[in-house]
Design a protein around this ligand. Structure first.
Ligand SMILES: [Zn+2]
Length: 74
């Protein structure tokens, strides 16, 4: 199973969060949801957890460099 990545640097946040989570899709989707809820104050809804899966990228996209930010979709 290919590993995927959730990269907080992709979206603007008050804390300029730099967290990157890499692992298998189910692990990352869960950890990213829990992180977004506990640290970034997102609401824990089915819709949000589903949306998170759409933000996951291939782990090969990982870079140490700063990356362009996208607005958080609503
Ligand atoms: Zn974060």
């Amino acid at each position: 199973m290919a590993r995927v990545m959730a990269d907080c640097r992709r979206f603007p946040s008050d804390s300029n969060c730099s967290l990157v989570i890499i692992g298998e899709e189910d692990e990352v989707a869960r950890a990213a949801a829990e992180h977004a809820i506990s640290v970034h104050g997102h609401e824990d809804t089915e819709e949000f957890r589903r949306q998170i899966r759409e933000f996951l990228e291939p782990a090969e996209n990982y870079t140490f460099e700063a990356r362009a930010q996208e607005p958080m979709p609503t």
